[in-house]
Write a protein that binds this ligand. Structure first.
Ligand SMILES: [Zn+2]
Length: 222
């Protein structure tokens, strides 16, 4: 039985998710965490309920005459996460042996792994509605590997799908979420024993530390 996650999204992140205010990539990461976290599922339902109460208590305001038409048109627009697969009968490939594809990723992660560096490969995710400069990808890292130290020009949110990594903020295992903000640096190191696969969404390009990492950044594309 998979242990429950111990690192959860921040309360503010869960509230923004409930209000539909997260970016496309962060929405996918939080949805993936929620799928395996009863604790946050309850918090998310509470957030949605509170939002409903606040709406109910809000004084009615005049709306544009075309508001209903525009809302219905948006409902007809395919969304990245709700988009049905090209062929719903296709078998969903596992991410790795013994690592099933999480349900929120089944329609967006159907590409093969692409080599990035020794011990590291990636699947880039094309999300409808992604903000300019937003990147979402799956990263697969061999056990016991040290990633390049880097900082962030925007928010980064990660959900571990298998294996474990640690950095200066803690140890993260399956289902755990790590959030990094502008100005925070870290250097993830995967734990020995199992391949580590993470779902990551970033805003803006990373600030790579070290000459070699900066030289490789255009090839890595993050
Ligand atoms: Zn949680």
């Amino acid at each position: 039985m998979t242990p429950s996650p111990t690192h959860h999204p921040a309360d503010d992140t869960l509230l923004r998710h409930a209000a539909g205010r997260l970016s496309a990539g962060a929405t996918l990461v939080v949805a993936t965490h929620l799928a395996g976290c009863p604790h946050c599922q309850l918090a998310a339902r509470l957030g949605e309920a509170i939002g409903g109460v606040l709406l109910a208590d809000t004084a009615p305001a005049a709306m544009a005459t075309d508001a209903l038409d525009r809302t219905l048109a948006r409902l007809d627009t395919p969304a990245s996460i709700a988009r049905p697969p090209a062929n719903a009968t296709d078998p969903v490939p596992d991410l790795a042996p013994g690592v099933p594809m999480p349900a929120p990723l089944r329609h967006v992660a159907r590409r093969p792994w692409r080599w990035v560096a020794p011990g590291i490969s990636r699947i880039r995710l094309d999300l409808a509605g992604a903000a300019p400069g937003e990147h979402a990808y799956l990263l697969r890292v061999a056990p016991g590997a040290t990633l390049a130290e880097h900082g962030h020009r925007g928010e980064e949110i990660t959900c571990v799908l298998s294996g474990q990594f640690r950095d200066s903020t803690g140890l993260y295992g399956p289902g755990d979420v790590a959030e990094m903000d502008v100005g925070q640096d870290h250097q993830p190191i995967t734990e020995p024993g199992a391949v580590c696969i993470c779902l990551i969404a970033t805003q803006g390009r990373l600030r790579m530390r070290g000459t070699l990492a900066r030289l490789l950044q255009p090839l890595v594309g993050v």
